[in-house]
Design a protein around this ligand. Structure first.
Ligand SMILES: NC(=O)c1ccc[n+]([C@@H]2O[C@H](COP(=O)([O-])OP(=O)(O)OC[C@H]3O[C@@H](n4cnc5c(N)ncnc54)[C@H](OP(=O)(O)O)[C@@H]3O)[C@@H](O)[C@H]2O)c1
Length: 313
């Protein structure tokens, strides 16, 4: 197998995919690309190639992607601005002669009128990939089950109320381990997945009532779902000091992530509008394994801060 580049390799998904690929084939040729190579000092010490590459700096990507055949393009975090960042990555891949790009998109992202701000970015990048002339696979990753567990439910145990603008929508949260296993399997055999657009979901379509019931049982605390309007949620986020719009310079939230309220509320409204109500067998088809149910994820990670969840699962 020829060289695989993982771009966005220092993040949680990148680390998981790297581990899975090395476990499957210790001799695999990898290049790990990140803005912060020091975060991957452990891998560099093991002899894995680690390169500096910033989606905003095309030249850095040209150098980092050179000599590779397959690219895992892990989507960036700069809402709105990442469209041009991903274009830099695609242009660098063309320059480097990369033959296949595997892209981490968002669940339901291609549906017209999806209000989720992140979906607009991903839809544009999907279109850019289709017209790039490079073979591609789209992994439309649904909401991480770890976010439902540790960002939605765990904080709601204090008040017993889960207040969101998700209406009566439903969703199929997927464990990060299953997202990573799917990506690693596609990277090991990209030709088999050429032009594939997979909805990477968990094993169950859950209503908000289902989610609070599971949360109540796992935590042993009654939690009620209290639907809110988008305006009520924006006002709440304002009251706790969350910025309305994403800014790369903003401080991370206590869970270590950089959340902006317009993106969070638009994601809620996408659930309310039914844009996340998709359930597929794609994880099983790609990996041969049944995806992990939300209850199991929650039992495993419920007492760990979101940014400290063990990535070895
Ligand atoms: N499905 C979901 O529920 C969900 C939730 C959150 C995010 N996401 C998306 O899925 C992606 C992977 O998730 P994750 O959990 O691995 O996120 P993560 O842990 O926050 O990692 C994000 C990665 O993107 C890299 N990155 C950010 N901006 C970059 C830039 N300008 N140039 C190069 N690299 C950049 C970061 O690396 P450096 O900072 O070291 O460069 C990091 O490796 C995220 O980036 C986001 O687009 C999905």
């Amino acid at each position: 197998m020829s060289r695989i580049v993982i771009s966005g390799a220092s993040g949680d998904l990148g680390r998981r995919v790297t581990r899975l690929l090395l476990e499957a084939d210790p001799g695999i040729e990898l290049a790990l690309v990140t803005r912060t190579p020091e975060k991957l000092a452990d891998r560099a010490a093991q002899g894995v190639t680690v390169m500096k590459g910033d989606y905003r700096d095309r030249e850095s990507l040209d150098a980092a992607y050179s000599g590779a055949e397959t690219l895992l393009l892990i989507s960036g975090l700069n809402l709105g601005r990442r469209i041009s960042e991903h274009r830099n990555a695609i242009a660098a891949a063309q320059q480097a002669g990369i033959r296949h790009i595997v892209y981490t998109s968002v669940g339901g992202g291609e549906q017209p009128n999806n209000p989720a701000l992140s979906a607009k970015d991903h839809k544009t990048t999907e279109q850019d990939l289709r017209s790039s002339g490079i073979a591609y696979t789209l992994l439309r990753n649904h909401l991480y089950a770890e976010i439902v567990s540790n960002v939605w439910i765990a904080p709601a145990t204090a008040s017993g109320r889960l207040e969101m603008a998700t209406g009566q929508g439903s969703l199929a949260p997927v464990a990060k381990g299953d997202v990573a296993r799917s990506a690693a399997a596609v990277l090991r055999d990209p030709e088999r997945h050429a032009s594939g657009a997979y909805e990477i979901t968990g094993p169950e379509l859950l209503s908000m009532q289902d989610i609070v019931r599971i949360g109540s049982e796992v935590h042993g605390v009654p939690i009620t779902y209290v639907p809110q309007t988008g305006e009520q949620r924006l006002a709440f986020f304002d009251s706790v000091g969350l910025p309305r719009t994403y800014d790369p310079a903003m401080p991370p939230s206590p869970d270590g992530h950089m959340w902006a309220s317009d993106e969070l509320v638009s994601a809620d409204l996408a659930v309310a509008g039914g844009y996340q109500a998709l359930l597929t067998q794609h994880v099983k088809q790609i990996t041969g394994r049944d995806p992990e149910p939300l209850r199991s994820v929650m039992e495993r990670v419920k007492s760990v801060p979101y940014d400290q969840i063990d990535d070895a699962v």
